[in-house]
Write a protein that binds this ligand. Structure first.
Ligand code: UGA
Length: 466
C-alpha cells in the first residue's frame, strides 16, 4: 500500500516507520524544512526505543520524506493526518492545522483516497474534515474519512504500535474498510510476528490485536475516553496515596491488593508527582471541553486535574518539611523528562517543580539521561547540569527524584550517601525500597509510604552526618 503521513512529529514518524515495517511504502510529508533535511539524512530527531533501527532499516527503500503534499498524495491510496492539535487557552484542542491539511488535500485528491486521522482529535473532527473537503471542491466519490486513533506511549511507541491491545477503526464505508484491513493485516493476522527480524514482543503481549470497527464519532470518543480514564486511574491512586500518608499505610501494598482484582488491573496505579507529557494534560482538558460543548458537564475530570496539580504542591511541601527553608539550599534533581524512556519535557511535573525550587531561592543541579538538552533550553544557566547521578548528589543538601528512570533505581546508595551534604532523599516516583534506604543511612521521603525519618535514623545510628 502506498501511504502518505502528513506531519512527522512523535505520532507521524512512529506510524510511518511502523507502516514500513508492515511492508508498506510510506512518504512522510512535513513543511518544516529543517526537520526534513535531518530526516532525509537518516537522523532521528526524537528519543524513541527501536525508532533509529526502523528508520535505518527502511530509509530510502520504503520510507521517504517530502515537502510536497500534493505530489505525495497523488501517489498514495491512504493519507494519514498526524499533525499537532495543541491546547487553546480554554482547554479546547486547536484544530487549525488539521483544517489547513484538509484544505490542501481537497486540491490534491486525484482519485479515490482514504483520509485517516491519527492525531488525537475531538468527536466530530472526521465529519468536519469531510465537510472541508467537500466545500473546497473534492468529490464525495473520491474519498472517505476514517478515525484511527493511536494508543502509543512515548518511549514505548514502536512496541505499542506493532503489538497493540486493539486497533480502532472508525468508518462505515465498505471501500474504506477494505483499505484499512489491508494496511493492518500483518498485525491482525499475526503475519508480522512470524518475520525473523520483527521487533521483539513486550512481555504482556497476548497475540494479534482485536480490530474494532465502529463509527468515526465513537472512535474519536474512544481515544479521548481512554486517555481520560488512564489519567483518572493515576489521580485516583495519588488520592489514595495521600490518604495512606495520613493513616500510616503503604501505597505499594494497597496497589498490590487493588491491582490484583482483575477488574481493576495493576497497570497505571503508580503513585507519584502526577502525570505530565503532551497527551494526558491536554486530552483531559480537551475532553472536558468537548463534553461541555455538548451540554454534558464532566466534573469528574476537573477533580482528576485538581488532584494531579495538587501532587506537585504536596511534593514541594515534603521538600520544605525535610529541609525547612529552601533559600540558598543546594538541591540535586534526578530526572527532568515527564517520564522515563523519553527526552520529552512538555508538561513535565519535574520542570514545574524545578521552577518552584528556583523561585524559592534554591540552587538546583540536575541530571536526566535523555532530556538535558531540552532542559537547557528551558532553564539556561539557572540550573547546573551534571553528567550523571553521582555528580548531582555531590555536595548537594538533598537528592530529589522526579522521573522514574530505571537507572536511578540501581544507584549505589552508599556512594550517594557519602556524596550528599545531608543524607536526605525525597523521591517523587517511589523508586527505592525503604529498608534499603534506611540501611544505607538515608532519610527517605516518598509518596504514600511511611518515611525513613531523621529521628528514626539517628536512633539507629547516632553518627549520622555524611
Ligand atoms: C499516553 C497514553 O498512555 C497512550 O496510550 C496515548 O496514546 C498517549 O498518551 C497519547 O495520547 O498520545 P504517554 O503520554 O506517552 O501516553 O505516557 P504514559 O506512559 O501514559 O504516561 C503519562 C504520564 O503519567 C507520565 O507523566 C507518567 O509518569 C504518569 N504515570 C503513568 C503515573 O504517574 N503513574 C502511572 O501509573 C502511569
Amino acid at each position: 500500500m502506498k501511504i502518505a503521513v502528513i506531519g512527522s512529529g512523535y505520532v507521524g514518524l512512529v506510524a510511518a516507520a511502523c507502516f514500513c515495517e508492515l511492508g508498506h511504502d510510506v512518504t512522510c510529508v512535513d513543511n518544516d524544512a529543517g526537520k526534513l533535511k535531518l530526516l532525509r539524512e537518516g537522523q532521528v530527531p526524537i528519543h524513541e526505543e527501536f525508532l533509529p533501527e526502523l528508520i535505518a532499516r527502511h530509509h530510502r527503500t520504503r520510507l521517504h520524506f517530502s515537502g510536497n503534499l500534493a505530489e505525495v498524495v497523488h501517489a498514495s491510496t491512504a493519507v494519514f493526518i498526524a499533525v499537532g492539535t495543541p491546547s487553546k487557552e480554554n482547554g479546547e484542542a486547536d484544530l487549525s492545522y488539521v483544517e489547513s491539511v484538509a484544505r490542501e488535500l481537497s486540491q490534491a485528491i486525484n482519485g479515490y483516497k482514504v483520509i485517516i486521522t491519527k492525531s488525537t482529535v475531538p468527536v466530530y473532527t472526521s465529519k468536519w474534515i469531510r465537510q472541508v473537503l467537500l466545500l473546497n471542491g473534492a468529490s464525495s466519490n473520491d474519498f472517505d474519512v476514517v478515525s484511527n486513533p493511536e494508543f502509543l506511549r512515548e518511549g514505548k511507541a514502536i512496541t505499542d504500535f506493532l503489538f497493540p491491545d486493539r486497533i480502532v477503526i472508525g468508518v462505515t464505508e465498505e471501500r474504506a474498510v477494505r483499505v484499512m484491513d489491508e494496511i493492518y493485516a500483518p498485525l491482525s493476522t499475526g503475519a508480522y510476528y512470524l518475520a525473523a527480524d520483527s521487533i521483539p514482543a513486550p512481555t504482556h503481549f497476548k497475540g494479534p490485536a482485536q480490530v474494532i470497527y465502529t463509527s468515526a464519532a465513537s472512535a474519536e470518543l474512544i481515544k479521548h475516553a481512554a486517555n481520560a480514564f488512564l489519567a483518572m486511574k493515576i489521580s485516583f491512586i495519588n488520592a489514595v496515596a495521600n490518604l495512606c500518608e495520613a493513616v500510616n499505610a503503604d501505597i505499594e501494598d494497597v496497589c498490590k491488593g487493588l491491582g490484583s482484582d482483575s477488574r481493576i488491573g495493576p497497570r497505571f496505579l503508580r503513585a507519584g508527582i502526577g502525570y505530565g507529557g503532551s497527551c494526558f494534560p491536554k486530552d483531559v482538558a480537551a475532553f472536558r471541553s468537548v463534553a461541555r460543548n455538548y451540554g454534558c458537564e464532566f466534573g469528574l475530570l476537573e477533580e482528576v486535574e485538581r488532584i494531579n496539580s495538587g501532587q506537585r504542591a504536596r511534593f514541594m511541601r515534603k521538600v520544605r518539611s525535610a529541609l525547612w527553608t529552601l533559600k540558598g539550599k543546594k538541591l540535586g534533581v534526578l530526572g527532568i523528562s515527564y517520564k522515563c524512556g523519553t527526552d520529552d519535557v512538555r508538561e513535565s511535573p519535574a520542570v514545574s517543580i524545578i521552577h518552584e525550587l528556583l523561585a524559592e531561592g534554591a540552587e538546583v543541579k540536575a541530571f536526566d539521561p535523555a532530556a538535558t538538552g531540552r532542559a537547557r533550553q528551558i532553564f539556561g544557566s539557572q540550573v547546573t547540569f551534571a553528567n550523571d547521578a553521582y555528580e548531582v548528589a555531590d555536595n548537594s543538601d538533598a537528592l530529589l527524584i522526579l522521573t522514574d528512570w530505571e537507572e536511578f533505581s540501581e544507584l549505589d546508595l552508599n556512594v550517594i550517601r557519602e556524596k550528599l551534604n545531608y543524607p536526605i532523599v525525597i523521591d517523587g516516583r517511589n523508586l527505592y525500597n525503604r529498608q534499603k534506604m534506611s540501611k544505607a543511612g538515608l532519610v527517605y521521603h516518598s509518596i504514600g509510604r511511611p518515611s525513613v525519618d531523621l529521628e528514626r535514623l539517628a536512633a539507629a545510628s547516632p553518627g549520622l552526618a555524611c
